[in-house]
Design a protein around this ligand. Structure first.
Ligand code: SF4
Ligand code: MSK
Length: 664
């Protein structure tokens, strides 16, 4: 059913020209999209927004008001808000970590020779991970290493007692702090289960206790499930390195079969990427009247996975999933898990587009379901592509409108790739970055991550903040839909971004041949940001812990509970997080104070909420400057390259801290 006329023009609700054009057409046709439905949900429930609605038992639901400050059981606003917050963190942790588990199970099958068409594509990544997690690799066969490593990873999910082994990857000072604060997590699954137990009616009622467990659970996500997911993806599919591509709806093609992969898990999309190049598939597409063959493109983080490793183009980020279908040019949209809207089949019904779900745990009413069996992955991928080719014949050219907008980009910045850019093959190192920060040519490093949200103009906050911070000599790391937002704005090309960069940042980037905005992957790959920040600590000269380094995280347009978990593991790691949208915790001043102030006393970092990009930029800059001041590097240093004597001092300090770079 058509929604009410939206009071804001499409150009006020989305930022990029392609989305504006499609949204204008959608409104003319009365198509329902997130942009029209958000207008049908104009004032979110204030109890939900403030986190003071509880439906954890059937004496309720209860809502806290001035007249009724407690639920039937006696729970007050502090308890209810903290329980709701912890459940969000548990949900986000579960999503990232279950993704990681699926990959570990695949690695294990590969190691046992039962991985079907999958194999170990990156033996260097396997050996690097083995060394990082303390698995002997010298003189052993890849399969043997992979089996022991996958068993170790699986034990991290089920560990009942003691801390996660993967916490060893954090700086020693941070891991020690977690132990002292009793937030070092045990098994990843155990943390999620315990979160659900603590929040069930009549268990944990102390907001500090609940929130402390939220941070503990989030550490199990960032340093556990997500870190493992990234490591195993690199082993199975390759460690990303810089690659050129394009982003926005204009990557869809008139003369090719458009297959859009959407979701998060890379196993099927990797196989689709390979199958799309198979001569028999290309011939079938050609025979169907598509001289361009198969045009594989991505949405959301499945897009980021295949972009990072293959340069496959990006059709859009989260809020462009429906817009892609509305081009009338998508012959098949293949969805896996997370961030796939249940509305897709309804949007697709007006076109020939087939929406195909592939994950056993993720069904969508109205979508076709083609369960993905890894044992027949190659055949499954080819079958899907043949189905898309067949459907291409049903495409109605009269209904097709592909906006002529896409931007070039460079992505693929894994930590080894950054290290290589900074130091070259023989002296791959973060030293040049640390030196540039210490010399004040780079003010600091900021991770801009997260989603897009139809309650704000899509991508606007992310891109305004990115431009402003670049001009202030801040190196930007991006993941997820925020990275795609910047790609669509042309900010992921070295040339454009360098024009926006301040003089110090520009000079460093030009010297080492590195762009000032680095696309580091999907939302699960925020683990790469933790890894990069840890490398900075281990390189020496910028403190012993992540809470000292001039690094900040920002989630400008977040919407997912995964972003809540990510924010919590950044803060628990000692990295301040600026939110463009507040959490649903305003109903409890005590919870707000814990997250925004008391967290600093525990972790050395906290949350900050800044609902506009200028305010967010000022907050980020003040945090970076404060950290620089504490390190004593706030004055502009005389520019001086490190000589060997300096280097020995830092190397000695690193050894003293027991910090060895990964893989050494
Ligand atoms: Fe109400 Fe307490 Fe039940 Fe929540 S747990 S619904 S506050 S009675
Ligand atoms: S896809 S979680 S909208 S980043 Fe990872 Fe994008 Fe956020 Fe989903």
């Amino acid at each position: 059913m058509a929604s009410k006329q939206h009071p804001k023009a499409p150009s006020a609700r989305v930022s990029d020209a392609a989305s504006v054009e499609i949204l204008e057409r959608a409104e003319l046709s009365g198509a329902s999209t997130a942009f029209s439905r958000v207008h049908d949900q104009p004032s979110p429930c204030k109890f939900g927004t403030q986190g003071i609605c509880c439906r954890l038992c059937h004496m309720g639901p209860c809502r806290v008001t001035a007249r009724a400050p407690r639920g039937v059981c006696g729970a007050d606003a502090d308890t209810i808000v903290a329980r709701n917050f912890l459940r969000e963190v548990a949900g986000g942790t579960a999503a990232h970590s279950d993704h990681g588990r699926h990959l570990v199970l695949l690695l294990r099958k590969v190691a046992q020779g039962q991985g079907g068409d999958y194999g170990i594509r990156d033996e260097t990544a396997l050996r690097r991970s083995a060394r990082a997690w303390g698995v002997e690799e010298a003189g052993r066969e890849p399969a043997e290493i992979a089996l022991e490593l996958s068993d170790l990873f699986l034990s991290e999910f089920g560990r009942q007692e003691g801390s996660l082994r993967t916490l060893q990857l954090a700086p020693r000072a941070r891991a020690g702090l977690w132990e002292r604060q009793h937030v070092a997590p045990s098994g990843i699954d155990r943390m999620v289960v315990e979160s659900m137990h603590r929040t069930t009616m009549g268990v944990d009622h102390d907001h500090r206790s609940l929130l402390t467990h939220a941070f503990r659970t989030a550490i199990a996500d960032g340093w556990g499930g997500s870190m493992v997911a990234t490591a195993v993806s690199d082993i199975l599919f390759g460690t990303p390195s810089p690659v050129r591509s394009r982003a926005n709806l204009g990557v869809l093609a008139h003369d090719a079969v458009n297959v859009v992969v959407h979701g998060h898990e890379p196993a099927l999309s990797e196989m689709l990427a390979a199958a799309s190049l198979d001569p028999s598939i290309r011939k079938a597409a050609h025979d169907a009247g598509a001289p361009g063959g198969i045009n594989l493109a991505g949405i959301c983080c499945t897009a980021n996975e295949v972009l990072m490793r293959h340069g496959i183009s990006v059709a859009g980020n989260f809020l462009q999933q429906e817009l892609a279908v509305l081009t009338g040019a998508v012959d098949m949209m293949i969805i896996d898990v997370q961030c796939c809207m249940p509305s897709l089949p309804e949007v697709a019904a007006a076109y020939h587009t087939r929406v195909v779900s592939t994950a056993e745990i993720a069904r969508t009413v109205g979508a076709e379901h083609a369960p993905f069996d890894i044992k027949q992955a190659w055949e499954a991928a080819k079958d899907l592509l043949l189905g898309a080719i067949d459907n291409f014949r049903r495409r109605d050219p009269a209904k097709v409108y592909i906006p002529d907008h896409s931007e070039p980009l460079v992505a693929g910045f894994s930590v080894p790739a950054i290290e290589y850019m900074l130091g070259g093959t023989y002296r791959a190192s973060f030293r040049p970055l640390n030196d540039a920060i210490m010399q004040n040519r780079i003010l600091g490093v900021v991770g801009i991550v997260g989603c897009s949200n139809p309650r704000e103009q899509v991508d606007a906050f992310t891109n305004a903040l990115t431009r402003r911070l670049l001009s202030e000599n801040v190196l930007i790391l991006q993941t997820g839909c925020a990275a795609i937002a910047s790609a669509k704005a042309g900010l992921l090309t070295p040339e454009t971004a360098l024009q926006a960069a301040g003089p110090g940042l520009r000079e460093v980037c030009e010297t080492v041949g590195m762009p000032p905005v680095l696309h580091m992957g999907s939302c699960v790959d925020n683990s790469r940001l933790l890894e990069a920040a840890t490398r900075v600590v281990r390189e020496g000269g910028l403190g012993d812990d992540l809470s000292q380094v001039p690094v900040v995280g920002v989630a400008p347009e977040w919407m997912s509970e995964k972003a809540v978990a990510i924010g919590c593991y950044f803060v628990a790691s000692g990295i301040d997080v600026v939110l463009g949208r507040p959490f649903h915790v305003g109903g409890s001043p005590a919870v707000t104070q814990f997250l925004e102030q008391e967290a600093t006393g525990i972790f050395g970092a906290a949350f900050h909420t800044c609902p506009d990009p200028d305010q967010a930029a000022e907050r980020v800059l003040s945090i970076l400057r404060a950290r620089r001041e504490q390190l004593g590097i706030h004055q502009q240093s005389e520019r001086k390259l490190m000589d060997m004597a300096d280097r020995r001092v830092f190397d000695g300090a690193a050894v003293h801290r027991g910090c060895k770079p990964h893989g050494h």
